[in-house]
Design a protein around this ligand. Structure first.
Ligand code: GRG
Length: 278
């Protein structure tokens, strides 16, 4: 079964409601599914059936989608376009969008209960998901980012924001695969890989925000500039930012070879990410 076929079923058990409609609207609006792709490729790299990680990959996509819904709200970035469609609060209303984000976060943890693994592994997965998405992870990155809008940031401050805001959710796919494949000794190496991948992904995001178009990206552009945000482009300029993104990708790729895995499935995903245009 393809991952998207699985994902399509994940909200079926919910009663019909406006909040379910809003969850479905955003979850199936056509994201790139980067985090699930990484989780699936990591399972393949370990030589295991990728379907085992589908519920966890769905959980990641739900948490990622909730973060986008909330990030687009008037209280945060106040954006109107996401994944090529009106943002959730525009298509529905603010209260429904807040609830849709909340419920996607809850559903993510429900998905973990469906993982094909033993209870000890489920507890490890729940721990990862809560720590990496919460106030020591993605949410921490978001508050630091919002506070950062008040002034100029140093490179070290910017790195801390993005390690948390972007990097954490791009690291968990690897950690979850290692847990499911009983390869916990690999976790520190995956942390290093995820950190570099996350920074590279974010730098590219900053670059695309100024070099691409709203039609291609499917979201509002130049929003960083409008919000007076320090980005890798404002800090380094376009040429150096591109070089730094490439350097982080190369480091992440090289680190794959430190693990006893077949790196090919991940190299393919990394390659596609390095050349992404949206
Ligand atoms: C509101 C708790 C909370 C967190 C928000 C993820 C996030 C933190 C904000 C979204 C804005 C942003 C630029 C985040 C950086 C991470 C990033 C580049 C997200 C976009 O991910 P893609 O490109 O999106 O994978 P799609 O739509 O393809 O899934």
């Amino acid at each position: 079964m393809h991952f998207d076929t699985y994902l399509q079923t994940t909200l079926d058990h919910l009663d019909a409601s406006r909040v379910k409609e809003a969850m479905s609207y955003s979850l199936f609006a056509g994201g790139k599914r980067v985090r699930p792709q990484l989780a699936i490729a990591a399972m393949e790299a370990y030589g295991k059936d990728p379907q085992q990680i589908y519920p966890f990959a769905a959980a990641l996509e739900m948490i990622h989608t909730y973060s986008l819904i909330h990030d687009d709200l008037p209280a945060m970035d106040d954006d109107t376009l996401r994944r090529g469609k009106p943002t959730c609060h525009v298509a529905f209303d603010e209260a429904t969008a807040i609830l849709a984000g909340d419920a996607l976060l809850s559903e993510a943890f429900y998905q973990v209960t469906l993982c094909h693994c033993d209870d000890r592994q489920k507890v490890a997965l729940i721990k990862l998901l809560s720590l990496y998405s919460g106030a020591n992870g993605m949410v921490l990155g978001q508050i630091l980012d919002m506070e950062g809008e008040r002034g100029d940031l140093t490179a070290a401050q910017l790195e801390r924001i993005h390690e948390n805001k972007t990097g954490r959710l791009l690291t968990i796919p690897f950690l979850a695969a290692a847990v499911l494949c009983e390869r916990e000794a690999d976790l520190p190496n995956w942390e290093e890989i995820g950190k570099r991948l996350g920074l590279s992904f974010q730098i590219q995001d900053d670059i695309l925000d100024v070099t691409s178009s709203s039609a291609v990206l499917g979201k509002n552009i130049n929003s960083d500039e409008e919000n007076h945000k320090t980005t890798y482009v404002t800090l380094l300029g376009l040429t150096q930012a591109k070089a730094l993104a490439a350097a982080y990708y190369e480091e992440a790729t090289n680190l794959l070879h430190t693990l006893a895995i077949d790196p090919k499935p991940l190299l393919q995903v990394f390659e596609a990410l390095a050349h992404r245009s949206f």
